[in-house]
Design a protein around this ligand. Structure first.
Ligand code: SF4
Ligand code: SF4
Length: 412
């Protein structure tokens, strides 16, 4: 694995002016306000419209996916350390303040003005990575906060505010991060390899959902930890405040693939990403390179498997395909519009074929490490490796017929 300098990274990925992205243009926000887009498809419903008698959609299978949602929702609501907290978060924090709940363990908390000696960023970073790992992150990296990735405006989705007769509307607010915030801790959370094979059922959604739940918990704990040692944080739960993939690349967690996702050496694209921004002085990591760009040129499996033709074949480009892409970056932009439309028309609440079909999506065992080593060091073998991946049957969706007998969940 090669470490890149920031200059080398810039040269490889930046091909023009990268304008700051407006959060209202992320694909999940656009149906809120983009009438032209909405007119192209009348059903923007995100959830599943599949009968309980369908294979993979029984009560038990749905429950596995949805059991984690309420607590995650609460964690999201409590995520107030942002430049522009949502209206629901403000209402929630006000209710909590009115309630004045007694927090157990409060007596052990350092006093308000306690502050560590942060004059050794190397030591602080090493401790912080241990803390983030202990709180649940599978990979942790640190980068300088590159303000090109910070959303120009935050977007507060249409709220569901109880007791109001007003028509809820989404709200855009200009977003700036004070200069003192110079660093970001970027974390990756592995999603369950087995569950993601059952694409097209309720079961795979449990892996995605649990990734979000773990992100919310770890972000919250890490933010509280940093506050307790006397520094400030911006808790970016969930996918808020800034674009995470370029930050994860700069923090040395992986490289971007044709599928538009971060491909990590350990888990491929089978991760969810989060970040905490801080004014705590830290030592940054270097971006890495391990053959992903060359392999993606030879591979195209995600493009072939994508049911909505949202992933392009051929070379990387720097022009955006639509408002939901960022221009100026040299990559394979994904057509999020056609992807999201497919999520609605398929009536199954989502899709992850671009993760499960990727040859980098393997368990992190030595045979797969050897294959990754070959991909990195002998790129002329890439096409053969893709062929081998196909011949061994990797990337095909699995039937949930025997799911509860087959599944051996990993202990965390
Ligand atoms: S989620 Fe599915 S539809 Fe969307 S880009 Fe990935 S493979 Fe294509
Ligand atoms: S499936 Fe192939 S082309 Fe797509 S991201 Fe993975 S390695 Fe790259």
């Amino acid at each position: 694995m090669k470490k890149l300098t920031m200059e080398e990274w810039e040269k490889k990925y930046i091909a023009g002016n990268v304008g700051r992205f407006d959060q209202k243009n992320i694909m999940f926000a656009r149906p809120d306000w983009d009438e032209e887009l909405k007119a192209r498809l009348d059903d923007w419903f995100m959830g599943a419209k599949v009968g309980y008698d369908q294979l993979g959609w029984s009560i038990e299978e749905r429950a596995l996916s949805t059991a984690q949602v309420p607590l995650r929702g609460l964690m999201g609501l409590a995520s107030h350390r942002k430049p522009n907290p949502s209206r629901q978060t403000k209402a929630f924090m006000k209710a909590m303040a009115d309630l004045k709940p007694q927090m157990p363990g409060g007596a052990k908390k350092p006093p308000e003005d306690a502050k560590i000696d942060a004059s050794d960023p190397q030591r602080t970073s090493s401790i912080l990575k241990k803390v983030a790992t202990y709180y649940g992150a599978d990979l942790v990296g640190i980068c300088r906060l590159d303000r090109r990735w910070v959303y120009s405006d935050s977007y507060d989705y249409n709220p569901y505010l109880a007791g109001t007769t007003e028509k809820p509307i989404g709200l855009s607010t200009p977003q700036e991060i004070p200069e003192e915030f110079q660093y970001a801790i970027v974390m990756a959370f592995e999603m369950d390899y087995d569950l993601l094979q059952y694409v097209g059922s309720a079961v795979y959604g449990a892996a995605t959902g649990f990734g979000y739940s773990r992100m919310a918990i770890t972000n919250s704990y890490l933010s509280e930890y940093i506050t307790n040692i006397g520094f400030k944080v911006i808790n970016c739960t969930t996918n808020d405040v800034a674009l995470t993939i370029p930050m994860a690349m700069q923090a040395g967690l992986g490289d971007v693939g044709r599928n538009g996702l971060l491909v990590t050496p350990e888990f491929g694209p089978r991760v969810r990403l989060s970040k905490v921004i801080t004014n705590l002085p830290l030592e940054v990591d270097s971006p890495i390179e391990f053959g992903v760009t060359e392999f993606c040129v030879a591979c195209e499996k995600c493009a072939d498997h994508c049911p909505s033709d949202s992933i392009i074949s051929g070379d990387r480009i720097s022009e955006p395909l639509n408002a939901s892409n960022v221009g100026g970056e040299l990559k394979w932009p994904v057509n999020c519009e056609t992807c999201r439309m497919y999520w609605s028309t398929s009536k199954k609440g989502g899709c992850n074929l671009c993760i499960s079909s990727c040859p980098y999506n393997k368990v992190n065992t030595w045979p797969h490490k050897i294959v990754r080593w070959v991909a990195e060091n002998a790129p002329w073998m890439d096409k053969l490796l893709v062929l081998g991946d196909d011949m061994l049957g990797y990337g095909k969706p699995r039937s949930t017929k025997n799911f509860w007998n087959e599944w051996k969940p990993k202990r965390r």
